[in-house]
Design a protein around this ligand. Structure first.
Ligand code: ZN
Length: 228
């Protein structure tokens, strides 16, 4: 007798179970990968369209409790309650997860960075919005919060303390970047790149459950990126 319980197969970023193989690992991954607007993408700012002035981004983050966890080949900060939110395009999305990719996944004007942080949000209709923060290495940046990235650590954190200015960003429609790579996902890529010390970045790298965890960039397939 067959069981109705489906288990997600193991995947990673290796040659054998990595991004080029994800779609062949199970039917659910195959269906998700067939969505034609995949993420991440590479683009040039010179080709971006202007965003609508009406679609401003309003971030309502405050201090709350998070638990550090390790799953889906990344380190996650999981909020104890969904009490933080942002507004975009007249919709309110609740912050449900923060996780890291080393190095960056989205590539803007060909520039690579050591870290891209994803702030994953959902709204009441289960629509997903991910805000991405790029982080470069430097010793003269703002004071970033000290975070223990060890699994099961509880910490009180205002996620806004990780961010720089949020006035300017890129917006496009894509997918999740880890299996199942379902879409649509509304992406907001913050234009201002945050600066972190080598020590701060190393503290994440040392706790990452695998090596590099960035999916290669995917075809644009006619998509446009809007710049705000
Ligand atoms: Zn991610």
């Amino acid at each position: 007798m067959s069981t109705s319980i489906e288990t997600i197969p193991f995947w990673d970023y290796s040659n054998t179970l990595g991004p080029n193989q994800w779609a062949s690992l199970c039917p659910e991954f195959a269906t998700a990968a067939a969505y034609q607007y995949q993420s991440p993408i590479a683009f040039n700012t010179a080709n971006c369209l202007s965003g609508s002035a009406l679609n401003s981004l309003i971030i309502n983050y405050q201090e709350q409790l998070f638990t550090v966890d390790k799953f889906t080949q990344s380190i996650h900060l999981v909020p104890d309650t969904f009490s933080n939110s942002l507004q975009f395009d007249n919709k309110t999305y609740q912050l449900q997860d923060i996780h890291v990719h080393m190095p960056n996944e989205h590539v803007i004007d060909g520039v690579m960075q050591p870290l891209e942080i994803h702030f994953v949000h959902r709204n009441e209709n289960q629509e997903i919005l991910v805000m991405a923060l790029f982080v470069k290495i430097g010793e003269n940046g703002p004071k970033l919060p000290t975070i223990s990235w060890t699994k099961d650590t509880k910490l009180s954190l205002n996620p806004a303390s990780l961010l720089g200015p949020t006035t300017h960003f890129f917006n496009y429609s894509g997918s999740l970047t880890t299996p199942p790579t379902n879409g649509p996902v509304t992406w907001l890529l913050l234009k201002d790149i945050q600066t972190a010390s080598a020590t701060w970045l190393d503290s994440i790298r040392q706790e990452l459950p695998c090596g590099d965890n960035n999916r290669p960039t995917q075809p644009l397939n006619g998509r446009h990126v809007h710049m705000y």
